[in-house]
Design a protein around this ligand. Structure first.
Ligand SMILES: *[C@@H]1O[C@H](CO)[C@@H](O)[C@H](O)[C@H]1NC(C)=O
Ligand SMILES: *[C@@H]1O[C@H](CO)[C@@H](O)[C@H](O)[C@H]1NC(C)=O
Ligand SMILES: *[C@@H]1O[C@H](CO)[C@@H](O)[C@H](O)[C@H]1NC(C)=O
Ligand SMILES: *[C@@H]1O[C@H](CO)[C@@H](O)[C@H](O)[C@H]1NC(C)=O
Ligand SMILES: *[C@@H]1O[C@H](CO)[C@@H](O)[C@H](O)[C@H]1NC(C)=O
Length: 609
């Protein structure tokens, strides 16, 4: 009991330090604090679908990795987490298979966020795979979804971490794009650096020193880190440097083989007070061309260079080269490498989201459908159909045999609907007038419900509409005498269970369907959307400058992905990571005479994505 209380207190304090930040342990129902004093909560308040299971692996993993939630149906399954609209967040999703199904067959599947494709997750038999994205939210929820891509490969998820970032961080990019992490490394440290050294809980992995670099340690214990990107002071305690000014530092980027838009931050601090004869200055070279002004790291103070608006691949050579006047070799303390996403979607049409939300509010069985209703294609909710526009419209509701009971709410805002199938439910009350005025509606199947009253004239006069109302015993249709006085004389030309067939009464049988709970979406404000074409925004020229003096961009985040060894949360993980990387490095050893700071933390699984 005492322990439990203590955990509660720790969890609460972690939360207060980190605002609304949240760590969700999927498949777990308790709350607890981990080795980093981060508070974790179970996932039951964030999702109602899927099955919670415990992994089999005997390998020691952090507690968050010992349970997971697996999904055996639906195109996609989504967690929805409240977040302020327009806030910059870091979202990390982690996956540890742990042979939970005893099939020794780690699956692959898609990972989505807020209606955008995030990554294809290739899970591993014995390692934790993580993906990280940084972006500015467009609505007031963050959704994280997994979607099945192959038969018999059921998507699962082990943990979701959401951290709010300061809006000035990662600002050299338009807020319509996300940053996907490829590599975040601290040079010369022995252990992983994260919360509470890093208040934003970014995970800085120790770089591997193949022996080419000297590890420098700062003489200064307090380092001024007042940079827009708020790097943790801990990463400035150590640095890598080559032995001689004639040797440059080639940066390992873990970028994919094909060229992609990237975003890169490099962090520097001088390690000792230089005497009058000493001078350290260096420049960033990209493929042999100088692309920055000389950079002179300050003692006791953090400095930064960034690279944005640039495209690169695993073949691009990023090097820090001493200038001709430098008497000391280049050094580096830390590095972050991201790829830049495609332009983020604004999501499904707001009116449709609102209409779906009213259905979800009315019918509980629809409540546990989350994430964007239509996006990304083809992962719409199972019970709707959508157009393929960039802001999709909902064209069909397939809610037959869904166990809906009660009155139909007003979803008249869904003006793109062509097909509404609500047959075989327990709908009561009269048929809403608005169904007859939906401008594009072609098929309306209300068969086998408990609807009553008159068929509204909007429907009965709508000659474009194929209506089915059979199996509603209390409905007034032509040929049947109704208790209520006939309000409008013209009766429908449709058949009912008790009526005469006058016209087309073929039942429209559509698929099953249902939900939405989109209160969140409904609210979603209009985020200023600059329609930059992603290519032009992302690939234009190199732009390396000193962060301190550079313009601040209007905040925008990006997302990243990485795969980490499963011991991530254990204190001895640095060693494990090193070993994993060594294996990897040998496979990918580039032929070169220049030392490469190589540890591609993300490529343990043979090439990543
Ligand atoms: C990136 O390039 C575009 C177009 O060339 C430009 O408008 C934008 O300001 C650049 N962004 C940054 C951060 O340099
Ligand atoms: C760098 O210097 C250290 C110490 O002088 C030496 O042990 C190491 O071999 C040198 N490395 C290279 C690459 O020259
Ligand atoms: C990378 O660029 C640096 C600096 O221009 C150069 O010294 C080095 O040889 C290059 N390395 C490779 C592998 O091309
Ligand atoms: C969804 O709509 C598209 C055209 O808008 C159509 O081709 C497709 O067959 C529809 N899907 C279903 C399941 O009805
Ligand atoms: C009607 O819906 C129920 C579920 O609500 C289902 O069990 C039943 O099979 C359906 N009947 C038909 C004829 O589809």
């Amino acid at each position: 009991m005492a322990t439990y209380l203590l955990f509660l207190i720790i969890a609460a304090s972690a939360f207060s330090t980190l605002n609304a930040d949240l760590s969700i342990d999927c498949g777990e129902s308790d709350i607890y604090a981990d080795d980093y004093s981060m508070g974790w909560v179970g996932d039951e308040n964030y999702i109602q679908h899927g099955e919670a299971v415990v992994v089999q692996s005997s390998k020691s993993v952090s507690q968050a990795m010992t349970t997971l939630r697996v999904f055996t149906d639906r195109k996609k399954n989504c967690y929805s987490i409240a977040a302020g609209k327009g806030s910059q967040v870091l979202v990390r999703a982690s996956f540890f298979y742990g042979n939970y199904d005893k099939k020794s067959s780690p699956p692959s599947f898609d990972l989505l966020f807020d209606g955008n494709h995030w990554a294809t997750v290739e899970t591993s038999g014995d390692e934790v795979v993580s993906h990280e994205v940084i972006y500015v939210t467009k609505r007031d929820t963050v959704s994280v979804c997994v979607a099945q891509t192959s038969p018999n490969m059921f998507p699962f998820i082990s943990a979701i971490e959401v951290r709010s970032l300061d809006e000035k961080m990662y600002g050299h990019i338009d807020s319509n794009y996300a940053l996907m992490l490829r590599r975040r490394v601290a040079y010369g440290t022995k252990e992983i650096i994260r919360y509470s050294d890093d208040l934003y809980d970014r995970i800085w992995v120790p770089a591997i020193n193949g022996g080419d670099f000297t590890v420098l340690t700062s003489d200064e214990s307090f380092i001024d880190v007042s940079l827009d990107d708020n790097p943790p002071g801990a990463v400035f305690k150590n640095a890598f440097a080559p032995n001689s000014t004639s040797i440059s530092i080639q940066l390992g980027t873990n970028l994919p083989a094909t060229e992609v838009p990237i975003y890169m931050n490099m962090y520097f601090s001088e390690v000792s007070v230089l005497d009058s004869t000493q001078r350290r200055s260096f420049q960033l070279y990209i493929d042999g061309k100088s692309t920055s002004n000389p950079f002179i790291p300050s003692y006791g103070k953090a400095g930064e260079m960034y690279l944005a608006n640039f495209s690169a691949s695993s073949n691009t050579n990023f090097s820090l080269v001493a200038t001709s006047v430098s008497t000391l070799p280049p050094l580096i303390n830390a590095l972050e490498v991201f790829t830049v996403s495609d332009e983020l979607t604004d999501g499904t049409n707001r009116d449709d989201v609102e209409g779906l939300a009213s259905l979800q509010n009315e019918f509980d069985v629809l409540g546990d459908w989350g994430g964007d209703p239509c996006l990304p294609s083809p992962y719409s909710w199972d019970w709707i159909n959508c157009t393929s526009a960039s802001t999709p419209r909902v064209t069909a509701l397939y809610l037959g045999s869904f166990g809906l009971s009660g009155f139909l709410p007003d979803f008249s805002s869904m003006t793109a609907l062509e097909i509404i199938d609500l047959h075989n439910n327990s709908l009561i009350g009269s048929i809403p007038e608005f169904l007859g005025t939906l401008p594009n509606l072609k098929q309306l199947n209300l068969a086998n419900n408990e609807l009553s009253g008159l068929i509204p004239s909007s429907i009965s006069k709508n000659t474009k509409l194929k209506l089915v109302v059979t199996g509603n015993p209390d409905l007034c249709v032509s040929g049947k005498s109704c208790k209520t006085a006939s309000a409008d004389g013209d009766n429908p030309t449709f058949s009912s269970s008790s009526g005469k067939k006058k016209k087309n009464n073929q039942p429209v049988i559509l698929g099953t369907v249902i939900p939405i709970f989109v209160l969140l979406w409904v609210i979603g404000g209009v985020f200023a959307v600059l329609h930059h074409k992603r290519k032009s925004a992302a690939t234009t020229g190199a732009n390396a400058g000193q962060a301190g003096g550079a313009n601040r961009p209007n905040g925008t985040p990006q997302a990243g992905k990485m795969q980490m060894p499963m011991q991530m949360a254990a204190n001895n993980m640095a060693q494990n990571i090193v070993n994993d990387f060594r294996v990897n490095i040998q496979e990918q050893q580039p032929a070169q005479d220049q030392p490469v700071d190589q540890n591609d933390q993300q490529n343990q699984q043979g090439g990543g994505y």
